[in-house]
Write a new protein. Structure first.
Length: 276
């Protein structure tokens, strides 16, 4: 007769734990985390990582003319930000290139497509020479975008138009929307409500108002550019930056007047260059 050895308490507890952890066919385990499905359109709105964001130099009309006329000392040949050659005072804009935009579209919908709009006027879309309207379809939703070549010709112009139109249409889905906007679209509510520790003094505020007047601007426009409620509420840490911006505008205005007593509208900076 075979002797049966009763399991110890420890062995029983260990066996119970093993049975509880074992997955049951056709059933979800209690500890399994729920998988959150993100739609393709939601993926388009996710921020781009830093390594996919490039820098694009943007010159004013005056800076562009100086570069074309080869004015001595106006150029930087190997820019540390963008690696290109442009006017030394050009500003840099953040943008997402065609490869990064395509990668994001593929992440959102492997079957995404675009097609040119044959007759944009029939849809009420404005028509501009040298440009192209497209219809971009992602995850079953279609939206329009416009692309232009920005002075390029030949095959480079075609590629530029397509890439520009795709990025423009992608923006309608929210792709890289924060990069298109000059301010902060989604400023944290608590951070926005939290008052600054120290604002500019009364004398600093008066100095900025004097410079605003000399720059032929308005306090309302400059406050909007600075992204603060009122000029007296400007953080003291930003006083020098604001002062430098106004002095730069004043210097450029004087230089323009010295070169051209009656400047034409085409010589002025657009609202994409300096918004105040």
């Amino acid at each position: 007769m075979t002797e049966t050895i009763a399991p110890t308490v420890g062995e029983i507890l260990e066996r119970n734990r093993a049975e509880a952890d074992a997955p049951v066919s056709g059933k979800k385990t209690m500890n399994a985390p729920a998988k959150i499905e993100v739609s393709g359109l939601e993926k388009l709105r996710e921020p781009f990582p830093e390594h996919q964001i490039s820098k694009l130099p943007k010159e004013s009309r005056k800076q562009s003319d100086e570069r074309k006329n080869r004015i001595q000392g106006c150029m930087v040949w190997e820019c540390k930000l963008c690696g290109g050659a442009h006017h030394k005072d050009a500003v840099h804009l953040d943008y997402v290139g065609h490869a990064a935009a395509t990668d994001r579209l593929l992440d959102a919908d492997i079957r995404w497509t675009w097609e040119p709009v044959a007759d944009p006027a029939s849809l009420g879309l404005p028509v501009a020479p040298g440009g192209m309207w497209i219809k971009l379809t992602v995850d079953g939703v279609s939206r329009y975008g416009f692309g232009s070549a920005d002075g390029k010709t030949g095959g480079d112009a075609i590629k530029e138009i397509i890439g520009d139109a795709i990025r423009n249409a992608g923006m309608r889905f929210g792709m890289a929307l924060d990069l298109w906007h000059k301010g902060d679209l989604h400023l944290d509510a608590e951070a926005a409500a939290e008052p600054d520790a120290k604002c500019i003094s009364a004398s600093q505020c008066a100095e900025l108002r004097r410079l605003i007047k000399e720059a032929d601007s308005s306090e309302e426009a400059f406050v909007e550019y600075l992204k603060c409620n009122t000029l007296p509420e400007l953080p003291a840490a930003r006083f020098e930056v604001a002062k430098k911006a106004l002095n730069g505008r004043i210097a450029r205005t004087k230089a323009d007047k010295a070169e051209k007593p009656n400047p034409q509208a085409s010589d002025m900076l657009t609202d994409d260059d300096i918004p105040y």
